[in-house]
Design a protein around this ligand. Sequence first.
Ligand SMILES: [Zn+2]
Ligand SMILES: [Zn+2]
Length: 162
Amino acid sequence: MKQPLHRAKIFFGYIMHEKLKLGRRPRCCVEGCTKHGQFMGNYTKDGTPLFRKYCAKHHRQRQAEKKGLSVTQWVNAWHPYKKYRKDYCENAKGQYAGWLHFVCTTKIVMPHLQLDTDHIDGNPTNNDPDNLMTLCKCCHAIKTNLFSDYKTKGRKRLGIAY
Ligand SMILES: [Zn+2]
Ligand SMILES: [Zn+2]
């Protein structure tokens, strides 16, 4: 089932596409890159769309490099709660170790794939750092089930499956 928001995004994307065809869209200035420069979302006074010199991917890479972050870290810095994600499971160490009545022994090899940010009270819109906790996928599944977090209101609207 497609979310209304998702549909709106596709429609918006289509409109943008149609609009952008009118302007001459430059290529990314990185050698060997065939992508177009990223549209900046605004226009000059005479209606010419503004583009970055870099494509979306290379723009992200450059910005992350400037800040000394990995691309994932830089992207997550804009996310309402992913920026609070730690690089270990909090059920394994730190002040919440053993919080789920057992100590996590999952070995974290790829933090960005294995770790989630959990909303402790189950409310997916409460992004207070005190309400956020980093859990590995295993512990997150157990926590969600134990506390019936999947029943909290507003999950469907946000497109959260569990
Ligand atoms: Zn590029
Ligand atoms: Zn864990």
